[in-house]
Design a protein. Sequence first.
Length: 167
Amino acid sequence: MSLARIRRLLADAGARRFSADHPLWELASPWWPFWRRAHRFESLRVEILQAASTIPGSMHLVVDENPQAFDVGGYWAHAHARTFRVPHDCDLTALNERVLEAGDWTLYAGHEALDPETIPDLFRAGPDPFATFALAHAVPLVVQAFHDNDPWRLWVDEVDAPQEAAA
């Protein structure tokens, strides 16, 4: 139910779907800092990461520096160029605050690490190329952050994996 939980979190947070044909979302920080939603925004991001960590397969993070250097817990196995397997014992709050805050990263769920050069940029590519990529590689979730970590753009498959639905 991880993907369903992520979709529910996005909808509850006021994230917008930016494609009528594909499950693509944009989550931007509230522009008015005094809204109740603004106070909860960073914890919402951590909740999304927590739900993502329960998706069957591995989570991979494409980032310029090894997250292990930022004391976020776990052993970060190098999986591909600039790509690290997110360990299950990683402190997701610390990851959000110390690594992801820099922006310009991609996190995805999948059974294998992908060449980061093949992953389309959700901020530059249109929805169709991204949908083609996600479906071809059986990637149920992709989260990309803009260069300053706001907004996040997400591909959240609309069909939960059978093992996930049973959980």
